[in-house]
Design a protein. Sequence first.
Length: 319
Amino acid sequence: MCRLALICLIVLAAPALAEEDPPRALPGAVACPAGLPAGHDWSEAERGAWDRICRGDPAEMDLADPKPADAAGPLPCNPERIAGEVPANRRLSADFLTLILTREPYVSIAARPEVYIYCADVTGSLNLRNEDVSVAFGLFESRATEEVTLYSASFARSLLFNGSTLAGGLVGDGLSVGGDLARRNGTEVRQTLGLRGARIGGDLTISGGSDLAVGLLADRADIGGSVFLGGSRFHGDLRLIGAKVGGNIEANDGIVVTGELAMDRISVAGNVFLGTGGHYGGDIRLVDAGIGQNLQISGGADVAGTLQADRAAMGGSLG
């Protein structure tokens, strides 16, 4: 009798399973373990995007575009290129992105530790100031209509904006990225791109025809990999004063800098290549720079100003 009573007591005292901690979805799962939270007017586009991301797939926002008229082709992926109104199925709010990037259970239950979104029109100001983001985040061929604030945010993995338009600029001073930080393939930044004091574990890539309206401010940045700047336009100064680079700096393929290339007191473990076809509207400054290997400035580079390299130290040669 006592044994039976004890068993009953144990069963009654056992804690219930926590409903707020659903299991992680398996890649290719038929259904996501959790939908978006109640109490917010989430759009059908946001519900559909979360369902795909939760199941381990990228959110390709153009898949639900209205069928084009006979004479018209499909709409461009980047909403910035769409003439007229952007379809509702492309729109994602900044609140939606903040939720799935930083809040539980959404961070933990997705089948893969990544949020990859294509062809989206992000409305509102995306403010991830001081937030910790454990997943990789990629916004591809999309548009952010207002400022993206990543001041002192921490991304454990990569952060990618390939082919996207950041209409309000990006403030990333003090940002930490565990992987690569990339803006490739025609990325446009209409306002400030600030990476002062940023820490990037992998490569910093701004290449492939990217266009920065006010240059790049990356003084004191600490970049574990290389810096790739080929084929992009910087309308203003390109500043890496006091930065630390664990690999090379490669500015090839017709880079255009309308202002100064300012790299005073920079520390580069590898080489600095300023390649053929580049145009520099101001001085190239390497005062007190430390370059572990070679500094190579191609004879085909167009430099309107002068090379200022007082007290620069190189492990290799100047060519």
